[in-house]
Design a protein around this ligand. Structure first.
Ligand code: SAM
Length: 290
């Protein structure tokens, strides 16, 4: 492997060579501890050979190790200043393709269909830009793309929301939607001292493995319903679900059919209850006006 990028001195050297500074509005905090970076890359691999999609390669710290373990790496970077830098730092990594784009704008399903083969899974790995962690994950979950697993670094406090259980402050629409599609685990916790520049908070690496525990028609509508139920956290299901249905009267009937108390709050309901409510809603959706 070419010289390791994820060290304090090499990162400083690269930033100086290109006259670069970390852009706050792109969430740029570069990893400078190679043992941690290698561990993330190894954890990101699936059991089968895989193509790794990376969101935000930065100056290539994680990309370099993904390239060592994956068949191929496709890395999506928004910051045009970093494209010539990556061409230089990853010049020896022939299995890396850099795409200059906003990850939130890509057609993820098309990209995954292009690279998934009977011999190659597609996995996602990233040290996420923290300002858009949630939109990125919603985009992946809702894309319907055949991704095997996602292994990403995020703020520790955001990480806690994904595996949160009902009746806790961290439990929200994102927890329900995530647990509907994936098995979630925290792979490791990471101190803020292994970044340049140093963020204000500690981080965690979280892994999402997709499964097919539930089969629902029009999954996107299920996601909308869950978001609707959490819309105003302190309001009851009759209010939030009623607004989603467009009629409190119909909401009352559907809640009764699904055995959900009208005065319950979304934060107290388990995933199975949301699934049961959606099935009732879906059967009767023609009665609801949007
Ligand atoms: N992977 C590098 C590392 O670990 O050192 C950099 C991680 S840094 C936290 C986040 C990276 O995501 C930056 O390179 C930033 O420019 C990039 N980025 C931010 N928003 C993006 C977006 N919408 N699409 C693609 N990349 C983005």
């Amino acid at each position: 492997m070419s010289q390791v990028i994820a060290t304090p001195s090499k990162t400083k050297e690269i930033l100086e060579k290109y006259g670069l500074y970390a852009k706050k509005n792109y969430g740029q905090n570069f990893l400078v501890e190679s043992q941690i970076v290698e561990k993330i890359a190894m954890n990101a691999m699936s059991d089968k050979p895989c193509v790794a999609f990376e969101i935000g390669p930065g100056i290539g710290a994680l990309t370099q190790f993904l390239s060592k373990y994956a068949t191929k790496v496709v890395a999506f970077e928004i910051d045009d200043r970093l494209i010539p830098v990556l061409a230089d730092t990853l010049s020896e990594n022939e299995n890396v393709e850099i795409v200059q784009t906003d990850f939130l704008e890509i057609n993820l399903k098309e990209w995954v269909d292009k690279y998934k083969t009977p011999d190659n899974e597609v996995v996602i790995a990233a040290n996420l830009p923290y300002y858009i962690t949630t939109p990125i994950l919603f985009k992946i979950f809702e894309s319907g793309a055949a991704i095997q697993q996602i292994t990403v670094m995020m703020q520790k406090e955001v990480a806690d929301r994904f595996s949160a259980v009902p009746n806790t402050k961290d439990y929200n629409a994102l927890s329900v939607i995530t647990q509907f599609r994936c098995d979630v685990k925290t792979v490791m916790k990471i101190s803020k001292h292994v970044f340049n520049p140093k963020p204000n908070v500690d981080s965690a690496v979280v892994q999402f493995k997709f499964n097919k525990k539930y089969e629902l028609k029009e999954e996107a509508l299920f996601y909308e319903m869950v978001k609707g139920c959490f819309k105003q956290r302190r309001k009851t299901m009759l209010n939030n679900f009623g607004e989603f249905c467009g009629s409190k009267q119909i909401a009352k009937e559907l809640l009764a059919k699904a055995d959900v108390a009208e005065n319950a709050r979304a934060e107290s309901l388990a995933l199975d209850v949301f699934v049961a409510l959606y099935e009732v809603y879906y059967e009767n959706r023609s009665e609801c006006q949007d």
